[in-house]
Design a protein around this ligand. Structure first.
Ligand SMILES: Nc1ncnc2c1ncn2[C@@H]1O[C@H](COP(=O)(O)OP(=O)(O)OP(=O)(O)O)[C@@H](O)[C@H]1O
Ligand SMILES: Cc1ncc(CO)c(N)n1
Length: 273
């Protein structure tokens, strides 16, 4: 029988379907990985912004993870919106309890419209409790600035920030370049503790980038679940997000979601010649 690879996302719900748990599960499915979820919060959200945030109790988060850990197990785990230090500590505890490997931490802090998805005082729990367990961390530039308490303007700044994050115990640091808007390319940097690699693509001129960060990190998680190494996983995630941004769906009245099925369609065109 063929092995079924499984990935768990611990994150918030985006009712609009473009980011959070919804983006993660869609991405897992597209990459042929069985997706499971533990919700940390429910957001009332659409392409125009976040209208409400309703965190779940720490007990509810723990119990969902427990249900998965005691039965199905996970080949990789992604964390997204975690909201509070109490939830972060509970998630770290459960990851250790079940001995899970391939942990991808997307340190979600603020939604694109500016709504806070992580309490300010939770940043230290993220750094002290979760990052030492992380295989990969995927901050955007503003998140990397908060985590390292430095300003990032140049590529050298990004390299320095990546080194600082590696010192916090993360094995692989990816600092995404989606926010580097002056550039004609979207360049993501990967640091493995020894050398830097760069993943480049043509920057797409679009406002429909809601959920790019979640989707990218979910694709890394799915590939790690299937046994890829981190470099291969980041390259597939980059190809996945590029296709998802290029083939926009054009739905909603604001910053629309990306197209989660575009990578599959692009691949099948190649495969069928
Ligand atoms: N306009 C664009 N064209 C091509 N690639 C992009 C563009 N914007 C972002 N990306 C890519 O998308 C991925 C996510 O990067 P980004 O910096 O946007 O994450 P993010 O800010 O965490 O996203 P979000 O908070 O909306 O989930 C990266 O691989 C980045 O290079
Ligand atoms: C629930 C949720 N998680 C993450 C993000 C970041 O894009 C978002 N907008 N909403």
């Amino acid at each position: 029988m063929k092995k079924v690879y499984k990935a768990l996302t611990i994150a918030g719900s985006d009712s609009g379907g473009g980011a959070g748990i919804q983006a993660d599960l869609k991405t897992f499915q597209e990459l042929k990985v069985f997706g499971m979820s533990a919700l940390t919060a429910v957001t009332a959200q659409n392409t125009l912004g976040v209208q409400g945030v309703y965190p779940l109790s720490v007990e509810a988060v723990k119990q969902q993870i427990e249900s998965i850990g005691t039965d199905l197990g996970a080949d990789a785990v992604k964390t997204g919106m975690l909201f509070s230090s109490e939830i972060i500590q509970a998630v770290a505890e459960k990851i250790k309890q079940f001995g899970w490997k391939n942990i991808v931490v997307d340190p979600v802090m603020i939604a694109k419209g500016g709504a806070p998805l992580l309490q300010d005082e939770a940043v230290s729990a993220l750094k002290n409790d979760l990052l030492p367990l992380a295989t990969v961390i995927t901050p955007n530039i503003p998140e990397a600035e908060v985590l390292t308490a430095m300003t990032i303007r140049t590529l050298e700044d990004r390299q320095k920030a990546a080194k600082r994050l590696h010192e916090l115990g993360v094995k692989y640091v990816v600092i995404k370049g989606g926010h580097d808007e002056g550039e004609s390319e979207a360049v993501d940097l990967l640091y493995d503790g020894e050398e830097f690699s760069y993943f480049k693509s043509k920057r797409v001129k679009t406002k429909h980038t809601h959920g790019t960060g979640c989707t990218f990190a979910a694709a890394i998680t799915a590939e790690l679940a299937k046994g890829s190494n981190v470099k291969e996983a980041v390259q597939t995630a980059k190809d996945f997000i590029q296709a998802a941004i290029e083939n926009e769906l054009g739905i909603g009245h604001g910053h629309g979601p990306t197209n989660h099925w575009a990578y599959r369609e692009k691949k099948s065109v190649y495969e069928n010649g």
